[in-house]
Write a protein that binds this ligand. Sequence first.
Ligand code: SF4
Ligand code: SF4
Length: 68
Amino acid sequence: MALKIIASQCTVCGACEFECPNGAIRMKGDIYIVDPKKCTECDGQFDEPQCAAVCPVPNTCVKAAPAA
Ligand code: SF4
Ligand code: SF4
């Protein structure tokens, strides 16, 4: 599982990019995206997803729905 960034709410502040311990967040064009192959949900590394913890916009870094 991974987190995702709700692009319509993201202010592109960049805070999450530098907090991700796995380098899973990067810019693509003019938005930030989470690489689901790299995102571990910070499991085993931090108590909570660091991107969500530092994001100034509530509910913008959220758990991605499982693939149907
Ligand atoms: S949950 Fe953790 S590993 Fe996943 S994108 Fe956010 S900071 Fe990176
Ligand atoms: S911390 Fe939140 S608002 Fe800032 S770039 Fe990341 S997802 Fe967007």
